[in-house]
Design a binder for this molecule. Structure first.
Ligand SMILES: *Cc1c(COP(=O)(O)O)cnc(C)c1O
Length: 414
């Protein structure tokens, strides 16, 4: 059985490329995130290829996964970065990115963030607030900066087909500027002599299940900037989806490229994909701690929880959970897969079709490369898990983040 070009069973054992998951588990223990570099680069190149006629700049949205090793790999194939905080800019620079290849979005940029971004020479500010535009102007002027590139982020007032918690383009969302506010800013560009307002940014949400809302948002964006010929760049954000279960079908990069091609003609194009690059390249390996039959249900308690992967709890997200040792000949049962954290909602999967399990059996939670480890926490004083990258050769691998220890838990406290 094959989940994607890199995650598959071979002789009933789960592999990441040519590495048996068991080898990594023996060396690193659980819980452990494992990523396939080959799959990450393949996803990146698929987007590059799908949009090639439009010659976009692809800025990896690093809030999906900010591991330095993964960032370095994407830098080497030519990606830029979409950052949403000063800390992300700092990490991107630590991974070797040229600041001019970083775009900086976010509804709440602090003065310190903005000063830092100006100081390093960030490529673009994606501005989400009129006050923010004034603050960037004021700080840039104070630092003697000119030609600071600005893309105004439009809230297109469109409800995307995705989970409400990850939709960002409806009128009531905190993101972006209204069309009216953007027109006002573009009509008063002389009040911002340090800024060059030459871009329009629109990002309507994540994991978009179809291309309709994206096309509509781009149409509204174009209509808005048509009277302003100095606005020559369209940044259409991220949002390309991934399939979170084996029977789900979602539009691919080529579908998005085809849908938007006509509408971005004549503009310089920027993309900010996050999930579509890293999600299906990552798996989380976890060990069964206990099993019990209770309340008429088959329960397993695993050693991974909402502190390693909060998506099921935060977004009611579904992740396929599969055994590391797969035997299709044995009977499978609906199983409730619970984490050990003291919260009733710490459930990794409900009614998961799994074989009879015993303590120490291994399970893999699939499609966790995006919005997984970046959201990990110390809740219940749980050290963060180890992370491993299987290299592009498919056979060598290394630990890219060591497993935290208990002493890490008290670091930084007085
Ligand atoms: C989160 C985010 C993205 C990436 O979204 P994906 O769905 O992961 O592709 C892109 N742009 C902005 C501004 C974001 O906040």
């Amino acid at each position: 059985m094959t989940f994607n070009s890199s995650i598959r069973y071979q002789n009933q054992r789960l592999f990441v490329d040519d590495v048996p998951v068991l080898d990594i588990q023996h060396a690193v223990n659980t819980p452990v995130y494992i990523y396939s570099q080959r799959r990450i680069l393949q996803n990146y190149r698929a987007i590059e290829q799908a949009f090639s006629a439009m010659q976009p700049h692809i800025h990896f949205s690093m809030k999906a996964n900010n591991s330095l090793a993964i960032l370095r790999g994407l830098r080497q194939v030519g990606a830029g970065i979409d950052a949403v905080s000063g800390g992300e800019i700092y990490k991107a620079i630590a991974a070797g990115f040229d600041p001019s290849h970083i775009v900086f979005a976010g509804v709440g940029k602090t003065a310190a963030d903005i000063r830092y971004a100006l100081d390093v020479g960030i490529g673009w500010f994606n501005v989400e607030n009129v006050q923010e535009a004034h603050l960037i102007q004021q700080l840039a002027a104070g630092m003697g900066r000119t030609h600071v590139r600005i893309a105004l982020r439009l809230n297109p007032d469109i409800t995307a087909n995705t989970h409400p918690h990850i939709a960002t383009g409806h009128g009531a969302a905190k993101f972006g500027l209204t069309a009216e506010a953007i027109r006002h800013l573009l009509d008063h560009q002389h009040e911002f002599p340090a800024l060059t307002m030459c871009g329009l940014h629109v990002h309507i949400g994540s994991n978009l299940k179809d291309t309709t809302a994206t096309v509509e948002a781009i149409k509204r964006a174009r209509e808005l900037i048509a009277p302003y010929p100095n606005v020559t760049t369209l940044n259409i954000g991220g949002g390309m989806p991934v399939a979170y279960s084996s029977d789900e079908v979602v539009p691919c990069a080529a579908d998005f490229a085809q849908a938007i091609a006509l509408h971005v003609d004549g503009y310089h194009l920027l993309l900010e994909p996050g999930r579509a690059i890293v999600a299906d390249a990552g798996i989380l390996i976890t060990k069964v701690l206990y099993t019990k039959f209770q309340g008429g249900q088959r329960l397993v308690i695993i050693d991974a929880s909402m502190t390693e992967l909060i998506r099921p709890m935060l977004y009611q997200a579904h992740h396929d959970i599969v055994p590391v040792h797969h035997d299709s000949n044995v009977q499978h049962f609906p199983t409730q897969v619970h984490g050990p954290v003291c919260e009733t909602t710490d459930v990794m999967g409900r009614d998961v079709d799994l074989p009879e399990l015993e303590p120490d059996d291994l399970l893999a939670v699939l499609t966790v490369g995006a919005y997984g480890s970046v959201m990990s926490s110390h809740y219940n004083a749980r050290p963060r898990p180890a992370e491993v990258l299987v290299h592009e050769d498919g056979t060598t691998w290394n630990i890219i983040r060591r497993r935290e220890s208990w002493s890490d838990l008290v670091q930084g406290e007085m």
